[in-house]
Design a binder for this molecule. Structure first.
Ligand code: BES
Ligand code: MN
Ligand code: MN
Length: 456
């Protein structure tokens, strides 16, 4: 292991140059116009995996974007680690808010700035370079499989089918993922929970066309007014979601967990400063940390309708639309919450309007077993890298496939992330600290070593 660590530090700057090349490929999965670049990012990664000496590397087509699958078998006696990551990225817009081209990575103050730097190319690539280091210094202590997909940012819709179809080839002992965050700079954590998602779009149609607001205003119901009221009514004064049955299946935080939350070194002022807010707003009875990871939410993500251009146009619009998403906790299911949202909107649509309700996508939340053997190996690895034991935390974001790893492959997942909430993932000027990139490579090497040495 020591030679692999030395190799990684000797080749650190080349690793960064390679990552930059990957980041230059705008693999935006949600935009059909970028499908060729998505494919290009997949084959770039496949080439890199071949270059480091992994024998079996394939770009496997799906009904959506392709999956990169690679396999390096060492021994039937060694445990098998399935590394998961995603090579697709979010769209970069609004472009004018970037200081530089989102797909021309720049290094500034020890950080790499580019779309995908932290989410997730930078983090997925740490494991590829860790694999390179161990392969270059003898062999890997574990059997390695890589599953790197191209539609995570699009809800991973085709991945469950892929897992079912390739169940045998994906057989492993554990899944290792770096696509979450450290608890704070220099403070390592292992995520044991992620939230799920139910994402819908609603449209209210009123008049058959946009009307003159002077001629018709006062006599005809306005869809924007009506939709705004419906959205406002989705929370009560305790900031609880008013959708019937929304909390029915929620797995409550245990007293133990709430004590663990309270014991975390959370700097609420710094957190508010980072978000640019002066106050937090939480479901009554819960802290901000609990509210952003252990409790379900409902948020309007976008709203449009009527006239939004320059100046004033006196119009009574024909329709209004909104995108609305719920973050879910175990045991809520996206299908059930989507049904409940549908019923809620149907029950509240004004008589004079019609409703269109579209289910966009969803995913299950998870809580993984913190006593799984691989968790111990990850904790050891992080402690060696950061000089302190990691915290076990739940995170508020979603990685839909993690629930499927358990359900379809029967595998636990170790979420060993190196991002920071301040990395601006999905936002302009996404960044990834190069210190964390190198710490992640080191942690991955140490994880393999610690996991291979475990009693089995
Ligand atoms: N890597 C994120 C999820 C994440 C971010 C987890 C920070 C924990 C901390 C992932 O790429 C992501 O953005 N997921 C989407 C899910 C989706 C589009 C279905 C999300 O959470 O919005
Ligand atoms: Mn991600
Ligand atoms: Mn993301």
């Amino acid at each position: 292991m020591d030679s692999a660590l030395t190799y990684a530090s000797d080749h650190a700057s080349r690793f960064v140059e390679e990552l930059k090349a990957w980041l230059r490929i705008p693999s935006i999965s949600t935009d059909p116009a970028h499908a060729p670049q998505v494919r290009q990012a997949a084959s770039w990664l496949a080439d890199n995996l071949r270059d480091i000496g992994i024998g079996s590397v394939e770009v496997i087509p799906t009904d959506g974007h392709p999956v990169v699958f690679a396999e390096h078998h060492v021994s039937d006696d060694a445990p098998t680690v399935l590394v998961y990551g995603h090579y697709d990225v979010q769209p970069p817009d609004p472009l004018e808010l970037w200081d530089a081209d989102p797909f021309e990575p720049v290094e500034r103050d020890g950080k790499l700035i580019a779309r995908g730097a932290a989410d997730d190319k930078g983090q997925a690539f740490m494991h590829v370079k860790a694999a390179e280091a161990v392969l270059a210094c003898g062999d890997s202590p574990v059997n390695l499989k890589f599953l790197v997909e191209g539609e995570e940012e699009n809800g991973s819709v085709h991945l469950p089918g892929f897992l079912r179809e390739h169940k045998d080839r994906l057989a492993a002992d554990v899944v290792l993922v770096s696509d979450t965050a450290l608890f704070a700079p220099g403070v390592p954590s292992i995520a044991y929970g992620l939230r799920g998602l139910a994402y819908v779009e609603v449209t209210l149609q009123g008049p058959k066309k946009d009307l003159h607001s002077g001629v018709y205003g006062g006599g005809v119901a306005n869809p924007i007014n009506a939709l705004a009221r419906m959205i406002a009514d989705l929370h009560d004064d305790d900031h609880r979601v008013t959708v019937d049955g929304f909390y029915d299946d929620v797995q409550d935080l245990s007293d133990d967990e709430r004590q663990q939350y309270a014991a975390l070194p959370f700097d609420e002022q710094a957190w508010k400063d980072e978000a640019g807010v002066t106050e937090t707003l939480t479901e009554k009875g819960y802290s901000a940390l609990e509210g952003t990871s252990g409790r379900p939410t409902l948020d309007c993500n976008g709203i449009w309708g009527g006239y939004t251009g320059e100046g004033a146009k006196t119009v009574l619009p024909a329709r209004a639309s909104a995108k609305i998403s719920c973050r879910l906790v175990p045991n809520q299911t996206p299908d059930d919450i989507t049904d409940k949202l549908r019923r809620h909107f149907e029950a509240h649509v004004p008589d004079t309007m019609t409703l269109t309700f579209t289910d966009l996508h969803g995913g299950h939340g998870v809580v993984v077993d913190t006593t799984a053997p691989a968790m111990q190996a990850a904790a050891e690895a992080l402690e060696a890298v950061f000089g302190q034991k990691p915290h076990f935390t739940r995170e508020g974001g979603s990685i839909p496939v993690v629930a499927d790893f358990k359900k379809i492959l029967g595998l636990d997942t170790v979420l060993m992330g190196f991002g920071l909430d301040s990395d601006s993932i999905h936002s302009p000027n996404e960044e990834f600290g190069l210190d964390r990139f190198h710490q992640g490579i080191e942690a991955s090497i140490r994880f393999m070593d610690a996991y291979a040495k475990q009693e089995r």
